[in-house]
Design a protein around this ligand. Sequence first.
Ligand code: NAG
Ligand code: NAG
Length: 404
Amino acid sequence: MELGSSWSVFLLLLLASVCHCSIEFNYSTQSKSKEEENEGLCAILIRPLGYSCSEHTVETRDGYLLGVQRISHGTGGLRAIPGPPVFLQHGLFQGGDAWFANSKEESLGFILADYGFDVWVGNVRGTHWSYGHKSLSEKQKAFWDWSWQELAQYDLTDMITYVYSLTNSKVFLVGHSQGTIMALAALTQPITVDMVEAAALLCPISYLGHISSQLVLRAVSMHLDQMLLAMGLHQLNFRSDIGVHILDSLCDGHMDCGSLLSAITGKNCCFNDSRVEFYLQYEPHPSSTKNMNHLFQMIRKGDFAMYDYGLLGNLKRYGHLHPPSFDLAKIPKSLPLWMAYGGQDALADVTDVEHTIKELQAKPELLYLESYGHIDFILSVYAKNDVYDKLMEFFNSQRRSSSY
Ligand SMILES: *[C@@H]1O[C@H](CO)[C@@H](O)[C@H](O)[C@H]1NC(C)=O
Ligand SMILES: *[C@@H]1O[C@H](CO)[C@@H](O)[C@H](O)[C@H]1NC(C)=O
């Protein structure tokens, strides 16, 4: 069987299902009142494991209502002085649950809380744990009119501002994948840098010109992004009844989930196949087609720039024919950076990661894991030993050298 073509068929089926589900299926994302404490991420995934957790809502400057959770360890009794805040920013098609998807001993969110950090969890617009918009409905095109550029400029910056002002303390930042694009773009702005103590980036992405994911490259060459936009499909939601059903049957019959995931993310060494059903209860989360379009633009052009509206659109919006680039050299040398990347990662390719590092003024501390793929950095059953212990060592060295 020619795998390349079966994957593109799979993707098309999945996308076709997205088109139908909003009409034919009773799949409600927005009508759920997640504001009710008993339906939030805290109640579903975190409190049941014995942690104290509170739900917060952050309104972005452009009106989106984002769910943010704060976790501290519940079983150790009262902490006299809360540890420094650390903010976790998930990746594309993921939500804050990604940091808690494995066991207490394996998941970064729980590990940081156990270690005494004041853990804050971000959820971007459109995800299951965010609460919509103060005036727009998720059914409206305008609700989905954004890409990672707005996620950096509004969502990340506004969530960090919230944590910074509530805790009265600079924030340690952790991002994975799209969370690192957001972080790198936001950190070129002094307003964000001033609130960040140090940043740890898992699978750092700014350039995407060397992406090697077969499935993604095929979608790029098919111009799937432009096709979907032309079809008027502005929300990308793989999590429909029928989408999950197709995924299930594909996993049962034709290929295992590990290899499907590999086709998208690169081969993951330490993915727990028996946990797929659990992951699928929460992932994937919706995103916007415009976001995929922006990412595909980066793949086609090999740049790290704002959304390309076409020559005239750019002129109107940016005052230039081409969209302005994000200048990584604007991230100050004084900001401590740590990056972890993998030899099998088909999305954050080593060549692109090296390109990112070259453009930075600061010399980030690096952790390279030859056997790791894109998802391993968040779901590997060995991630604590391989990645998180080192990440915390880095944060602790920054704590010692600052005021803590
Ligand atoms: C639609 O979903 C809601 C909420 O899950 C449920 O209460 C309702 O019975 C469903 N309606 C149909 C027609 O399935
Ligand atoms: C893999 O997932 C299964 C099902 O959730 C779980 O029982 C098992 O402990 C997991 N293995 C590891 C090494 O975490």
